[in-house]
Design a protein around this ligand. Structure first.
Ligand SMILES: Cc1cc2nc3c(=O)[nH]c(=O)nc-3n(C[C@H](O)[C@H](O)[C@H](O)COP(=O)(O)OP(=O)(O)OC[C@H]3O[C@@H](n4cnc5c(N)ncnc54)[C@H](O)[C@@H]3O)c2cc1C
Length: 367
């Protein structure tokens, strides 16, 4: 049986961020990943580094997201040094556009609530009326009644980020094995026996970073990971010259020229197929926000399943029953990539999650 010091289970954005961060901390893990056609939120996301309205009724999460957004530039630079890839980070602020007074009020209420719950330490924001919004973004349509603006928000090229993390971790010496789905984890005296089709590995420490797969794996090491899959549609248009002067929660132009329109939050997750009815709702809302979009063709539509915890807040855990088994599960793996590689991974390398992460333990679900 192969014997290892550290194994990361899952090679999506979360597993790759942690593995790269571990490598930077001097620990070279093995990454065991699933198959190419597995559900991978990391290939389906909208690419936002986003803090607006994050952490409503969970101030620790609001501050955690804000912290990640702040250290993202440092991560992008380090990742570029390690991988030779520029992930196209742009953090120049972003708008959430409202198409009714009720929507604007609800956005305002959420932002004010986050500000109050974080005692003003959360992300800065402004609520703009119709004319203020129009002044900032002259292309908005007449249906836009106002917006919320936060200077902390940004976006990246999400597929390039995923690729860069894989290149960087492997250049630092991390071994990556796709098609190695772990089917059982058995805690033993000197670590954990990981088994799957045709392999058996003894690893002294492990990190569960298997996205939706964490739900099944966590109980094998005395942890819980209540997850639901929330389906999201994303549309992308043909490439065009720079057209959208601003970033918004649901419309963004990528550095390659396509305009992404997103992203639905659906509770019917019975299958992954895209729906023309839902795509039409997204497209029509986008055209009401930026009417010039009606001149572009949508060339691709995809869907993905978000990795959503029961309360929407990430889970970071270290098994009390089986020390050496760590768990990382979250939605917003793009936004939190900086925290995962620069903060969480060094803590896992040192075998102890920081006190500030204790509020993120899945123990909160058993209270
Ligand atoms: C439509 C949509 C829009 C989004 N937009 C944004 C956004 O704008 N900003 C943002 O920050 N986040 C966004 N997200 C969320 C973000 O994409 C996810 O948080 C992130 O990709 C999760 O990464 P992950 O590695 O946990 O999961 P995944 O990408 O799902 O990867 C899990 C990996 O684990 C592997 N695996 C599973 N089981 C096993 C096993 N037993 N053994 C070995 N390997 C296993 C799988 O093969 C897979 O490679 C969005 C998600 C969606 C779906």
């Amino acid at each position: 049986m192969q014997k290892l010091d550290m194994t990361v289970i899952g090679g999506g954005l979360v597993g790759a961020s942690i593995a790269w961060g571990l490598a930077r901390s001097g620990i070279l893990p093995l990454v065991l990943d699933g198959a190419d056609l597995d559900f991978r939120a990391s290939r389906a996301n909208f690419g936002l580094v986003w803090v607006q309205r994050k952490g409503l009724h969970a101030p620790h999460y609001a501050l955690w997201s804000d912290k990640s957004a702040k250290i993202w530039p440092m991560m992008a630079e380090t990742l570029s040094e390690d991988s030779g890839i520029d992930v196209g980070l742009i953090q120049q602020g972003a708008f959430t556009f409202a198409l009714s007074e009720e929507e604007l009020e609800s956005f305002r209420a959420d932002m004010e609530c986050v500000a109050a719950e974080t005692a003003g330490r959360g992300p800065a924001f402004k609520v703009l009326n119709r004319s203020q919004t129009r002044h900032c973004v002259p292309q908005v349509g007449p249906d836009v009644v106002g917006s919320v603006y936060s200077p902390a928000d940004g976006h990246v090229n999400a597929l390039r980020l995923f690729h860069a993390l894989h290149v960087a971790m492997q250049r630092r010496g991390v071994q990556y094995r796709p098609n190695h789905k772990v089917t059982s984890i058995q805690p033993v005296a000197d670590g954990f026996v990981l088994q799957g089709g045709g392999f058996s590995i003894l690893s002294r420490k492990i990190v569960l970073a298997a996205g939706l797969g964490n739900k099944r794996l966590a109980p094998m090491v005395g942890l819980v990971c209540p997850l639901t899959r929330s389906k999201g549609h994303v549309l992308v248009t043909e490439k065009c010259k720079p057209f959208v002067s601003c970033l918004s929660a649901t419309i963004r132009q990528t550095d390659e020229g396509g305009i992404m329109i997103g992203d639905s939050e659906e509770t019917d997750n019975s299958n992954i197929a895209s729906s023309s009815a839902i795509s039409a709702v997204l497209a029509s809302r986008a055209i009401r926000i930026l009417p010039d979009l009606q001149n572009l063709n949508v060339v691709r539509i995809w869907t993905g399943f978000r990795v959503k915890t029961a309360d929407g807040v990430p889970i970071y855990d270290h098994s009390a029953r089986h020390p050496g088994a760590f768990l990382v599960a979250c939605h917003s793996g793009v936004t939190l990539a900086a925290n995962h590689s620069l903060i969480v991974a060094p803590q896992i390398a040192a075998s102890k999650l920081g006190e500030d992460l204790s509020l993120f333990s899945a123990g909160r679900f058993s209270c």
